[in-house]
Design a protein around this ligand. Structure first.
Ligand code: FAD
Length: 595
């Protein structure tokens, strides 16, 4: 269920066995050549390719955003969120995964997962061709963004002046701190999403059927045997039930996987009772929501036309360069560089960085407020208090992103209608440590932008304060706190809501083989199983989870021929794929909702 980052790679790997049939159900439609264009990646958040979620209003964050709610975009399209993301390819630190293993998850240490990251990779970066940490035989392309602005060189230089070297941040032998150009999931300057990497190359396999615009509402679990037997879905406004001979694999992402599980009767019994469901299995589904909070609130103006602007990418020259795989259109949302650094708040016993800088040779005003800031939810009032109407600024930005958040959020059901949005709660600054780390990150980012490396561009922090922070001393800690609470942004690394852990872990939803505790033939395979966020963006991690799951499933079903389908209670019987009969009660398990 779900043709996103994890779902696409599992479908690929499982259909390597011609004896196995895979039906990949995806709520969204097909991706297109437009979604391959890197520079407009943030625009897709304003389209139907996005589920369009926003989290609940919190009193002390997202104050400068529409309805005071932070948007939580998720891809609703073939390729899932890999089709609308920024394409940044990072894996995280060795110790991040060793911790997963130490949390009771054998098989998930760095040494275990590194071969999985490498198996899928087609690394096209010349200087990494002889690295033992990269591979060029997979189908997930990784390349340098073909276009590099002089500002990117200044960013690397500024880092070197501060004592940081230029690193391959996916090489664990190199210093865990340092600066770099981004490694991105693209090929010839175009996006490579899960569909391009893992589905299109195998589109002729007869044992893979992809059903688009197919929205799953529940997994049907036989309460007697606690076995997942089928899924209930709608397609073309018709209800259907699809039987699974072997397994149901839930890869609907960190918001929708817990949502579907809870509507299937798997979740916290007390919460399910609140919406009228009797829990089939009492598990902490929806807890442990993690996110990498950041802020897009720093804009540095420069005195030359070197940055990416809307006009700059709308010229015939820019278009023809893009057709040759070059030029500013190939830069994902303007993002060119990353840095991993330590703030004075860092309390990591293993010396890992606690802050990432995301450097963009563009800023929220580069398109005069047309789309970038709308994707972030920034209101007109907030935006125009800082920027002039109609002005496309020459500016760059540095986003400080916290790497190891302590605050946790939660996904809950709003009611017993599976078409209604879940309740998404997260107080990003619940932990004061997270807040203070973000403040330190903002200060260090300003220091970097005002270092001699950027002096030749006369880089100047936007002197207009963020709306709502006018009465706080500009550049003080209190100002940065105010900025964070108003222009609250995240990197959309929502994860952890179906936490992986052993049966002894009271918070675990799936075991280390990704099987839902206490339910047979049901796995969750996506970013929701992440027990603790690695110091990485989560797309490559989601692919790796899919790769791992495929290995586990292959081991679990060694026989080449599929077993005969087991007996099904009457509502589940029928052909592999069938129309729902009029008036037929929903074959729900543990649920009382009817249509
Ligand atoms: C704007 C943005 C930028 C990002 N940038 C980066 C980046 O640069 N680098 C990076 O590493 N990470 C990035 N991320 C995060 C990363 O892309 C995600 O963590 C990752 O794609 C999650 O993969 P997944 O398989 O867990 O879920 P998804 O890729 O979201 O897949 C879930 C799929 O399930 C489908 N689905 C959901 N519910 C149903 C249902 N009921 N029935 C049928 N199908 C359903 C969805 O439509 C979707 O296709 C970004 C995220 C966003 C939103």
């Amino acid at each position: 269920i779900g043709a996103g980052s994890s779902g696409t790679i599992i479908a690929n790997r499982l259909t390597e066995n011609p004896e196995w049939k895979v039906l990949l159900l995806e709520a969204g439609e097909e991706d297109s050549v437009i979604t391959e264009i890197p520079v407009i990646c943030d625009e897709f958040q304003l389209t139907g390719y996005n589920w369009g979620y926003s989290m609940e209003k919190e009193p002390n964050q997202c104050l400068g955003l529409k309805d005071q709610r932070c948007p939580w975009p998720r891809g609703k399209v073939l390729g899932g969120t890999s089709t609308i993301n920024y394409m940044i390819y990072t894996r995280g630190q060795r110790r991040d995964y060793d911790e997963w293993a130490e949390m009771g998850n054998p098989g998930w240490s760095y040494d275990d997962v590194l071969p999985l990251f490498m198996k899928m990779e087609r690394n096209l970066i010349p200087e990494y061709q002889n690295s033992k940490y990269h591979n060029n035989n997979g189908t997930l392309s990784v390349e340098r963004v073909p276009h590099k602005s002089p500002l990117m060189d200044a960013f690397l230089e500024a880092g070197q002046m501060k004592g940081y070297s230029v690193i391959d941040y996916n090489n664990p032998d190199e210093n865990s701190q340092g600066f770099s150009r981004i490694q991105a999931n693209m090929h010839g300057g175009r996006r490579i999403n899960g569909a391009n990497a893992f589905l299109r190359p195998i589109r002729k396999r007869p044992n893979l059927h992809i059903a688009l615009k197919s929205r799953v509402t529940r997994v049907l679990i036989d309460p007697e045997t606690m076995t997942a037997k089928a899924v209930e879905m709608t397609r073309n406004r018709q209800w259907r039930v699809v039987r699974a001979r072997k397994e149901v694999i839930l890869s609907a992402g960190a918001i929708n996987s817990p949502h579907i599980l809870m509507h299937s009767g798997i979740g916290p019994a007390d919460h399910l009772a609140q919406v009228g469901y009797k829990a089939l299995k009492d598990l902490k589904v929806g807890y442990n929501m993690m996110e990498h909070v950041a802020s897009a609130g720093l804009t540095f103006f420069i005195n030359e036309s070197l940055t990416i602007t809307l006009d700059g990418v709308s010229t015939p020259n820019a278009f023809f360069s893009y057709m040759r795989g070059q030029g500013p259109i190939t830069v994902p949302g303007g993002v060119e560089g990353l840095a991993y650094i330590h703030t004075k708040m860092n309390d990591d016993a293993y010396g890992r960085p606690d802050m990432e800088f995301i450097f963009a040779g563009a800023a929220i005003c580069s398109d005069a407020g047309a789309t970038i800031r709308k994707g972030m939810g920034i209101t007109d009032e907030s935006y125009y208090s800082q920027f002039d109407r109609g002005h496309q600024c020459n500016a760059f930005t540095i986003w400080p992103m916290i790497l190891s958040p302590k605050s946790r959020g939660r996904i809950l059901l709003r009611d017993n209608n599976p078409f209604h949005w879940p309740i998404m709660k997260h107080d990003y600054f619940e932990s004061e440590h997270d807040l203070l780390t973000c403040i330190e990150g903002l200060k260090l980012a300003v220091e970097l932008a005002e270092s001699p490396a950027f002096a030749r561009f006369n880089a100047t922090l936007n002197p207009r304060p963020v709306r709502g922070c006018e009465n706080v001393t500009f550049r003080s800690d209190a100002y940065y706190e105010c900025l964070l609470r108003h222009i609250t942004t995240t990197l959309h690394h929502q994860s952890g809501t179906c936490k992986m852990g052993p049966a002894t872990d009271p918070d675990a939803v799936v075991d280390p083989e990704l099987r839902v505790h206490g339910v047979r033939n049901l796995r969750v395979v996506d970013a929701s199983i992440i027990p603790r966020l690695p110091r990485a963006h989560t797309n490559a991690v989601a692919y790796m989870i899919g790769e791992k799951a495929a290995e586990l499933i292959k081991k679990a079903w060694p026989s080449q021929s599929p077993p005969a389908p087991g007996p099904l209670p009457s509502p589940y019987s029928g052909p592999y794929y069938r129309w729902r009969l009029p008036g037929e009660p929903l074959p729900v398990s543990g649920a009382s909702w009817t249509i």
